[in-house]
Every structure is written in structure tokens, then in C-alpha cells.
Write a new protein. Structure first.
Length: 77
């Protein structure tokens, strides 16, 4: 059984994460904690992500987007 947080708890968790990260977006860990997923669900998400990443490794458009995002992130830092 998955237990979901109320909207108020979710909002508070996101605000806490934003304050803790000094304006940086909430990380994956914060989302997982917020949704209170089980280890089995978390493992499934990780496996799906790895499968997706491996299937799109040769995607030139995706590499271009990632390269632009990395440049933008470096400029922010």
C-alpha cells in the first residue's frame, strides 16, 4: 500500500527542499521522499530510467539538448 502525502505536506516538502538547496530545483531524492515510494517502486523507476537512457544513447538531438543544458548549468554556477 502506497501512502501519499497531503497537498500541504507536499508543498511544505518542496519549499523546504528549495530553501535547503538555495534556489536550486528539488532533486530526485526530494521527489522520492515526497511521494513515499517503496524500495521496490524506486528500483523499478531506476531500472526504467537506465533502459530508457541506454536506448537513447545514440540520439543526436538528445545529446545536443544535454550539451546546451550543461553549458547553461555551468554559467549558473
Amino acid at each position: 500500500m502506497t501512502v501519499r502525502a497531503s497537498e500541504e505536506e507536499q508543498r511544505d516538502a518542496l519549499l523546504d527542499a528549495e530553501q535547503r538547496d538555495a534556489g536550486q530545483p528539488a532533486g530526485v531524492h526530494d521527489v522520492l521522499v515526497q511521494e513515499r515510494v517503496t524500495h521496490k517502486e524506486q528500483g523499478s523507476m531506476i531500472r526504467r530510467y537506465i533502459t530508457w537512457r541506454n536506448q537513447h544513447a545514440a540520439d543526436g538531438c538528445l545529446r545536443e539538448v544535454v550539451a546546451k543544458a550543461n553549458v547553461a548549468w555551468i554559467r549558473v554556477i
